[in-house]
Ligand binder design. Structure first.
Ligand code: FAD
Length: 413
């Protein structure tokens, strides 16, 4: 059977996929020799989750459940579950995560391993909520790491290089409620004149644009009850609030206009819906320091006509700084510029380097789960802990059991 990633642009070359049903089985499988690679929900756009000729390992059948510690305000969650499934279990216990990505279908371990994020000036990467990890190492040992373990900030966004994560402990907070608003912005100039205020204007602000278009498409605000004003502002940088009745219906999108639990509003797409354009797409994303936000967007607008034939659109978000070694937000409050491409693989591949050249004055970092062309030397120069990360990977996995072509391109192997 041919096995591919979610968007069907990568055919995995692993010999097989195995889903152990106990930790013991998993340990034996990992330690038994040959290439091994944990597989999440396959939503990355390249070969990061592949292991040529080896075994891809799923961890969603281990029989674990969500366990909330209401005193410590932490939750142990099965690493292979989707964020949507975990979120529902947490909500049932009256607790919440600080944020979600645009789709709830992705596995917690896969998403955190690649630096997945939502939006919000004060919201860090999803992996920043990790306060504990259970990991099966190359030797088959089951090891646990607490919040104070010095390796945790490397393991949390570990690119699948350290082993197979079976459970994650996440910081939680009391459940909260969220409503979503959509605003139409009349002009780039008005948006840019007030850019920081727009992005800081609600708990999570997502800007949707087409770089060749005369005006931005949409300001999508996720407002949090008790944090954001219940009454919308009269105007946001000249933008107009769209009445929910005037928004075209979309059965895949989470509800607009009504207040609901965080788990049903923070993601753009419903867990029972089809996310994005259903996989008929490719994606790239770059991160730049907040101070370069407008200049970086302008650099891509200058390429707008060149990008347009291949691009559905772009989503621009903010992410707060963290201390995870390979987080694209390491030490940096940043702006993320995500591009959803039409499925034009050759043209899209050829555009990665020119985009990175245009963003070069702003030292972009790339989303680890999406397409990019930055090479190992450039990446090393962008992360102060890159060499430490490589050294730690070799300590955990001396024989390269979790090595693969993706990690080799990054110079990890
Ligand atoms: C439609 C769509 C929308 C997206 N929206 C966003 C978004 O809003 N924000 C954002 O930041 N990103 C977004 N992404 C990117 C996505 O979050 C990442 O690609 C993420 O890695 C997907 O998780 P996964 O479980 O599918 O990972 P996979 O592709 O299955 O694996 C990714 C990596 O994680 C490792 N891994 C998986 N499970 C484990 C484990 N148990 N132990 C150790 N390592 C493991 C794998 O080995 C591999 O290295 C989007 C992607 C798609 C397709």
């Amino acid at each position: 059977m041919t096995r591919t990633n979610w968007s069907d642009n990568v055919t995995y070359t692993a010999e097989r996929v195995v889903a152990p049903t106990s930790l013991d089985q998993l340990s034996v499988l990992v330690a038994s020799g040959g290439g091994r690679k944990a597989l999440g929900t396959r939503h990355c756009f390249h070969d990061i989750a592949d292991t040529p000729g080896g075994v891809q390992v799923r961890v969603d059948d281990l029989g674990f459940d969500v366990e909330v510690d209401h005193e410590a305000m932490t939750a142990v969650v099965p690493a292979g579950w989707s964020y949507g499934r975990v979120a529902r279990a947490l909500e049932a216990e009256g607790v919440a995560l600080h944020n979600l990505g645009s789709l709830p279908h992705i596995s917690v371990a896969g998403a955190t391993a690649t630096g997945t994020h939502g939006s919000g000036d004060t919201n860090r990467m999803l992996a920043a909520a990790i306060v504990g990890i259970e990991l099966v190492t190359a030797a088959g040992d089951v090891r646990t790491f607490g919040a104070d373990h010095p390796d945790l900030p490397a393991l949390a966004t570990g690119l699948g290089a350290f082993g197979v994560i079976t459970r994650l402990t996440l910081a939680v907070e009391p459940s909260y409620r969220v409503w979503q608003e959509m605003w139409f912005s009349p002009s780039w100039d008005e948006l840019f004149a007030d850019f920081d205020a727009v992005m800081a204007g609600a708990y999570s602000v997502n800007l949707h644009v087409g770089f060749s278009e005369p005006r931005p498409r949409l300001i999508w605000r996720k407002c949090r009850v008790g944090v954001d004003d219940a009454d919308p502002p009269a105007s946001i940088a000249g933008a107009r609030l769209v009445e929910p009745a005037d928004i075209p219906p979309n059965e895949n999108r989470t509800e607009i206009g009504t207040v609901g639990p965080w788990c049903d509003r923070l993601a753009h797409f419903r867990l029972d819906g089809v996310p994005s354009v259903g996989g008929d797409e490719l994606q790239s994303e770059w991160f730049v320091a907040r101070e370069h936000a407008v200049d970086a967007i302008e650099a891509l607008r200058a390429m707008g006509e060149r990008l347009a034939p291949h691009l559905y659109g772009s989503e621009i978000r903010t992410v707060a700084a963290d201390d995870l070694w390979l987080s694209p937000a390491h030490g940096l409050d940043c702006l993320s510029i995500g591009l959803t491409w039409r499925k034009h693989p050759e043209e899209v591949a050829a555009l990665q380097a020119p985009i990175e050249a245009a963003l070069e004055p702003f030292s972009p970092r790339a989303h680890w789960g999406k397409l990019f062309a930055l090479d190992a030397d450039v990446l090393r120069s962008r992360y102060e802990r890159y060499d430490d990360f490589v050294e730690l990977v070799h300590r955990y996995d001396p024989d390269g059991r979790f090595a693969n072509p993706f990690l080799r391109r990054l110079g990890v192997w």
